[in-house]
Structures are given as C-alpha cells and as structure tokens.
Design a protein around this ligand. Structure first.
Ligand SMILES: [Zn+2]
Length: 309
C-alpha cells in the first residue's frame, strides 16, 4: 500500500485493478480535457472504465484516487508498470506553475519510494517521467495527450523534482571500488611499473577495465588508500609509490611520490589516494623499486570511494 503524503486521498471503488501494479518504471503525464472536480466524479462512474493514480488542479490541488499498489486505468498496456497523473485543462493548454510543482512532487515521491530516476523516460521501455502519447497505439493511441506544449514542460518538472530531492543524502552516495592482486609478483629494480589489479571485489563505478591497471576514470573525485605488503626489500632501502594519470595508454601526469622504507621481515605501508580526475583521464598506481634487488609485492589492496562528476 502506498499513498503519497501531501496528496488528498480520494479513493474510488471502481475502475482500477486491485493489487495490479506489477512494477513502477515512472510517472505518466496526462491532460484531463476537463476539470479536477469533473474528473473526480467521472472516475466514480463504472461506465468510465478509466482512472488515474493522481490528479492535479490548475490552482494547485493534488488528489490521489488509486493506491500505487493498485493499477489505475489510464494508459492501456502502460498501466501495470507506470503511475499516472491527470492534469486539469484542455489539449493545447500549458500546465500552471502550481501543476508543475504537483507533478514534480509526485515524481520526487516515486523516486524515493520506487527508485524512479529523475529524467525523461524517452519511451515505454524507459524509466522516469513520461507522457501518454509516447506509448502509441499500445497505450490507447492518445496522440494528443497531454499535447506538445505540456510535453515541452516535462524537463521543467524533472528539474523541479531534482530540486526537491537535492537535500537527500542518497544522491551524494559515492561508488565503492575494492581491488587486489590476483597473485604476488616480482618487481625488478628501476623503472616505474603500474600495479595490475587482477582481483575485483567491487567496482560500482565501472572504472576498472580490461588489463586491470586503471582504478578510476574521470570526470570523478575519489578518496581512499592502497595497502601494500612487500618482501625482499632490504632494511632502509626505498620503494616509491605514485598515482599516474593516463589517457588510454598515453601517460599524461604524475602525482607526488610516497616513499616506503624497507623494514625487518615483511614491509607494510598504507598510501592515501585522494584526487580529482578530469574527463577522459584514467588513474593508475605505479611503483618504483629503488633498491638493488628484486622484491616481491605480496599484496596490494586498493579501497576508494568514487564520486562521478
Ligand atoms: Zn492520457
């Protein structure tokens, strides 16, 4: 059961399918070709064979006629997977600013409750904010609902919905990357080498691609660390670590170097990784063995949070 806070609950007893909302891809905008009061009466008439989940008035009223767990009858084949909003007015009208706000509130609520993305849906197979005519004949062939002027207002509804949810922390949640070696490897003295991360525990932003050396792709910000375990590094000798920016295989820039000094037994170090990465740039971790002997990198565990820009 889902009723939207802020909407006036005006339940109807006919013209909907109980429990019939199988999924929610988004919100479909309609025009009543009538008034809010007239539509409220019509949806109670069994002869109507029509309903919608929500309805707005030009003055800013917002009704909910059908619970969003139930299927309203607004756009034929699109009913079971889309929520519907009827809007007071005639074909050729534009929505009032108050109606744009109410539609934005419905979309923002659907975003919170059903994860509907705040975007234009683009068609019946998309997700987000749609309109009746986009469904074509499968949706009843209502080519003039809600009309081109209102279709042109849909980006404004999306923009207002984004402003409504911009304070919620989930929008700011970073993606998580957690990579490691597939096996220990030998690092000869001299020459910078990129670490190949052959194990991927998590790569939510999808920046770690074939070859395994890249851990982040711009435009993005990231913060985290790489933990390194090394054997064979003589006490007091140095292994250097740096981040390097690439564009494909072309090396573009290096960032400040960290020095790891060999200790008795295994050498262990945690190196911080924090950077802003421009569009088209890829970040790798590089090591330089400055001792006179080959060493073994037994472990390299990278953990970063990435904010895509
Ligand atoms: Zn319609």
């Amino acid at each position: 059961m889902a009723r939207m806070p802020g909407a006036t609950w005006r339940p109807i007893s006919v013209n909907y399918t109980n429990g019939g909302q199988s999924t929610v891809r988004g919100v479909v905008v309609h025009i009543m070709a009538g008034t809010l009061v007239g539509t409220d009466a019509w949806f109670r008439n069994p002869e109507a064979r029509a309903s919608s989940h929500f309805g707005t008035g030009k003055a800013g009223g917002l009704y909910q006629w059908v619970d969003t767990a139930d299927r309203a009858w607004a756009q034929a084949a699109g009913n079971s997977s889309w929520l519907s909003v009827e809007n007071e007015g005639q074909g050729g009208d534009t929505l009032t600013s108050a109606q744009l706000d109410r539609n934005a509130e419905v979309l923002a609520w659907a975003h919170r409750v059903y994860g509907v993305p705040l975007q234009l849906a683009g068609g019946p197979s998309g997700y987000g904010l749609g309109y009746h005519a986009m469904g074509g004949s499968a949706w009843g062939g209502h080519t003039s609902c809600p009309g081109p002027r209102i279709v042109a207002q849909l980006p404004e509804i999306v923009a207002r919905a984004k402003r409504l949810i911009s304070d919620t922390p989930e929008e700011d949640m970073p993606d998580y990357v957690n990579l490691g070696l597939s096996k220990a490897y030998t690092l000869a003295p001299g020459g910078w080498q990129s670490i190949q991360f052959g194990t991927e525990w998590s790569d939510e932003p999808g920046g770690h691609a074939t070859g395994g050396r890249v851990f982040a792709r711009g435009a993005a910000r990231f913060t985290g660390s790489v933990s390194l375990s090394v054997t064979g590094l003589p006490v007091g000798d140095t292994l250097q670590v740096r981040m390097s920016e690439f564009d494909g295989d072309t090396h573009k820039a290096n960032h400040p170097t960290h020095e790891i000094t060999g200790t008795k037994g295994e050498t262990f170090a945690v190196v911080p990784l924090t950077k802003r990465l421009g569009r088209g740039r890829e970040m790798r971790i590089q090591l330089l063995n400055q001792s006179s002997r080959s060493v073994t990198i037994t472990s390299a565990v990278l953990t970063v949070l990435v904010w895509k820009e």
